[in-house]
Design a protein around this ligand. Structure first.
Ligand SMILES: Cc1cc2nc3c(=O)[nH]c(=O)nc-3n(C[C@H](O)[C@H](O)[C@H](O)COP(=O)(O)OP(=O)(O)OC[C@H]3O[C@@H](n4cnc5c(N)ncnc54)[C@H](O)[C@@H]3O)c2cc1C
Length: 531
């Protein structure tokens, strides 16, 4: 088999071209339909067609979705040259410099550029507002557009999964895998590894305000935490990031590009899986669509779904695997009844406190920032340092809103900039923000189908703040965050609060319901275990 990964997958397009593409695609963000850039499909399908002429399109393993999970799987499975592996990705190759320049996240977060940019159904808990759900749509998936913060779950989370009937998922059992895949800039210890694929580094050039946030949190009573992934998660500190020498180290950069010449690995971009092919209850392949038509890709051993929290349950349901009633509503024949598919959606609901500032070292929508960005770009290219290496959410904290809790229940992200409505509303000037997120929400939502058409976006309902307990936790977290943000160390960096909200619990709760939304961590729609 010849090298089938996209030629030039590593070559970047120019920054002006990438910015032009952002501008072209930002206008269409309001829609909820899956957007497919024709050039992306053309690449993938032309490739599949070429292969089809050569031989049957058949592999040992077919992996759907080249995101955080899919890239790792493709790497590990193709390590054995005797296995053939095909990785299918709906989005394009990750050539955009706006992926690899960390600050490019500001361009990919708000719109449809390399982003599925989904919207939820109206949320009763958010006063009927629709939430926004960005998801990466390129090699690397969401790891190509995320904030790069390297955070593992709490020890208790993994132990809880194991207790729910998932052998092998306890913290002590998953730790060796974290260590194996990690290249920790600070060196190895009990919790961290070196020499792995995923580069984990300290921020190259954090802004003074991020350090001031940490100091303010410590003065407020939180412990200083230099390693959120070490012995103890609780406390305040600067985040470590998945970057290598100031460049984003996405799952594609870490796990896919280094093995792109393996002859037993094929990577198809612009290829959207529409249905899992089944022989009885056995998955035998995937039906893939592109501009030039549809193609069957067969798997002699396994079909692996890693299309993300929304894509994977959608594909299962389109294939006849899911809840009887839901499939019946859309006229899809039930082939395998699995009511858990699409159920149990859990997400970190979050409120962002936004402050104006006059601190010019921050990222702002200002002429000065624009001018600084030009030498900043050349500094990033030459040395991998400077303002463009920011992941914006540079510092943060894990805290307990009640002393009797065993684990932190709130996470804070201190942001170098004004983040209003997922950066979809831009404001002139400098500012800082503090995200307050509920870590273990009680509310549960779902992913269902809008229709039997694979091009339709899934119907996403996180059911935010349905549980009063989540409202209480967020309220308690917001109060603590406001105190930290009001601390003296931040005086030089923080001005007035952007959306004045008052002080009473009623006023704060009203603000939460009017403005809260996701901090981008939806999970749980393809359940594991047998609880
Ligand atoms: C804006 C943002 C910021 C975040 N910040 C952080 C952070 O700082 N730290 C952190 O740890 N986590 C962060 N996350 C979350 C983290 O990135 C995700 O949890 C993780 O990447 C999910 O991995 P995945 O493999 O499940 O899905 P994804 O990485 O989303 O991959 C799914 C892939 O499948 C593809 N796909 C979907 N449907 C199909 C189909 N039918 N056919 C073919 N391909 C398909 C998609 O295009 C995508 O490439 C953030 C997420 C976002 C969106």
């Amino acid at each position: 088999m010849t090298d089938q990964i996209q030629a030039g997958v590593h070559d970047q397009e120019s920054l002006p071209l990438a910015l032009w593409r952002v501008a072209c695609q930002s206008g269409s963000r309001a829609g909820n339909l899956i957007h497919s850039g024709p050039e992306n499909f053309a690449i993938g399908v032309a490739f599949v067609a070429a292969r089809a002429k050569l031989s049957a399109v058949r592999f040992d393993y077919v992996i759907v979705g080249a995101g955080s999970a899919g890239c790792v799987l493709a790497n590990r499975l193709s390590a054995d040259p005797a296995r053939s592996v095909c990785l299918i990705e709906a989005g394009p190759a990750d050539r955009s410099p706006l992926i690899h320049i960390p600050a490019g996240v500001l361009a990919t977060l708000p719109g449809r550029y390399l982003n599925w940019a989904y919207h939820t159904v109206p949320q009763p808990g958010l006063m009927g507002r629709r939430g926004y759900q960005p998801r990466g749509r390129t090699l690397g998936g969401s790891s190509s557009i995320n904030a790069m913060i390297y955070i593992r779950g709490h020890r208790g989370d993994y132990d809880g999964w194991a207790a729910m009937g998932n052998p092998g998922w306890s913290y002590d059992e998953v730790l060796p895998y974290f260590r194996r895949s990690e290249d920790q800039q600070r060196g190895a210890d009990h919790y961290h590894g070196v020499g792995g694929e995923l580069s984990v580094a300290d921020l190259q050039s954090p802004v003074p305000a991020s350090l001031a946030f940490v100091e303010s949190a410590i003065r407020h009573g939180l412990r200083a935490n230099g390693d959120f992934n070490g012995a103890n998660q609780e406390g305040a500190g600067l985040y470590q990031v998945t970057q290598r020498r100031g460049r984003r180290c996405s799952a594609a950069v870490a796990f896919l590009h280094p093995v792109r010449l393996r002859p037993n690995l094929s990577v198809l971009t612009g290829a959207s899986a529409e249905r899992i092919l089944l022989d009885g209850r056995r998955a035998t392949g995937v039906l893939v669509a592109g501009r030039a038509g549809r193609q069957r890709i067969e798997a002699t051993r396994e079909v692996i779904l890693s299309a993300g929290v929304f894509g994977s349950p959608q594909l299962l349901m389109l294939s006849g695997i899911g809840a009887r009633e839901e499939l019946g509503r859309h006229g899809i024949a039930l082939l395998h009844e699995l009511p858990g598919v699409g159920a149990n959606l859990a997400d970190h609901v979050d409120l962002s406190l936004v402050y104006r500032s006059s601190d010019p070292s921050l990222m702002g929508i200002t002429l000065r920032t624009a001018v600084r960005a030009i030498p900043g770009y050349f500094e990033w290219r030459r040395r991998g340092t400077g303002m463009l290496t920011t992941n914006f959410a540079e510092a943060g904290a894990f805290l307990k809103t009640r002393a009797d809790l065993a684990r932190p229940d709130v996470q804070l992200h201190f942001v170098n900039g004004m983040v209003d409505d997922h950066a979809r509303r831009l404001h002139y000037g400098y500012g800082v923000s503090c995200h307050v997120a509920v870590l273990r929400p009680a509310s549960r939502g779902s992913v269902r189908l809008n229709s039997a058409d694979p091009k339709d976006a899934p119907c996403i309902d996180p059911n935010f703040l349905a549980s009063d307990a989540d409202v209480a936790t967020l309220l308690a977290g917001v109060k603590i965050a406001r105190e930290i943000m009001g601390g003296a160390p931040l005086d030089r960096h923080r001005g007035v609060e952007f959306h004045a909200i008052g002080q009473s619990d009623e006023e704060l709760t009203d603000r939460i319901r009017r403005r809260a939304d996701t901090i981008y961590h939806p999970v749980g729609t393809c359940r594991m275990g047998h609880d």
